[in-house]
Design a protein around this ligand. Structure first.
Ligand SMILES: Nc1ncnc2c1ncn2[C@@H]1O[C@H](COP(=O)(O)OP(=O)(O)O)[C@@H](O)[C@H]1O
Ligand SMILES: [Mg+2]
Length: 277
């Protein structure tokens, strides 16, 4: 295995779309993204392709730059340099609403939902349906219900219960359902299972899988190897702000990912795995 990035496109220069790397155009393409905070170089020349219908896992040790990269995609941080393409066109995101307008939904661990509001209110927050002057509660309830059902989220007792009364896994499910309700094309999740128990982790990972199977692109941050190998189709590994590898899961195993996360390189090749992963 080479220790260099698999997606480097040396010919890509500012303003020119990089040559296709084979296969379909990815939904999102990042090239040469750099970001520093004063003396801290959080991201250095990061390249990443995010295709539709797949789960891309973003792994990396604490401080590797995972959250900063996600915030660049979500329009929270403006990169210092580099280019971003969305469905083949170059884009510049200056605000989270720019990302939302493209169909990028970010599910943060704690900040995703408002505790004091119920499930319907959360799913329609900022996008309430109005009929004449009154909110169209009935149609919002029906859409919220339909979306949860279509994702096979069955553990929620009432969609009118406040989100504060939900378990961590249920909260994540509602946040994911919100992304589905709004037809998001890319759903980004930062450590969605970090605070969850075994059963809830399973529920959320199943949901992530179903999201990708519907054709949504999912980018999931995790440093939990079990989660990564359970749900991901592709694994991207950041080390000290550099993308060390982006490969299909079949070309990775836990030891390789750990090597890449901790040293930025791996000389191992994939060992045959009985479960195929
Ligand atoms: N707003 C900020 N101001 C200054 N430094 C930051 C900021 N956000 C992140 N950093 C630094 O950038 C580096 C990458 O951070 P981060 O992306 O949060 O890592 P992680 O991979 O754990 O999510 C770290 O060194 C962190 O201290
Ligand atoms: Mg982080």
């Amino acid at each position: 295995m080479e220790d260099t990035t698999d997606q480097v496109s040396p010919g890509a220069s500012a303003g020119t779309a990089p040559a296709p790397t084979g296969g379909a155009e990815p939904l999102l393409r990042l090239r040469g993204i750099s970001k520093s905070f004063g003396p801290v170089q959080a991201l250095s020349e990061v390249d990443l392709d995010v295709p539709v219908g797949h789960v891309t896992a973003l792994a990396g040790d604490n401080g590797a730059g995972k959250s900063v990269l996600i915030k660049c995609i979500a329009g929270i941080h403006a990169p210092d340099s580099g280019q971003m393409w969305w469905e083949g066109s170059q884009v510049h995101l200056h605000h989270p609403r720019d990302a939302a307008a493209l169909g990028i939904e970010t599910v943060y661990q704690d900040l995703a939902l408002c505790d004091n509001l119920d499930i319907v209110e959360n799913m329609f927050l900022g996008r309430e349906r109005v009929r004449r002057i009154a909110l169209d509660e009935e149609s919002m309830e029906q859409s919220a219900k339909d979306t949860l059902r279509s994702l096979a989220v069955t553990t929620v007792r009432s969609i009118r219960q406040p989100v504060a009364s939900l378990s961590g896994g249920q909260r994540q499910s509602v946040a994911i359902a919100k992304a589905v309700l709004w037809n998001s094309k890319l759903v980004i999740m930062d450590e969605p299972t970090a605070a969850l128990g075994v059963a809830q982790t399973r529920m959320v990972l199943d949901l992530v899988r179903r999201l990708a199977d519907r054709g949504v692109a999912v980018l999931i941050v995790s440093h939990n190897m079990n989660d990564v190998f359970e749900v991901a189709d592709r694994i991207a590994v950041l080390h000290l702000g550099r993308m060390t590898a982006v490969r299909p899961v079949a070309e990775m195993d836990r030891q390789i990912v750990v090597d890449l996360m901790t040293t930025g390189a791996s000389t191992r090749s994939v060992q045959a795995r009985p479960d195929g992963r």
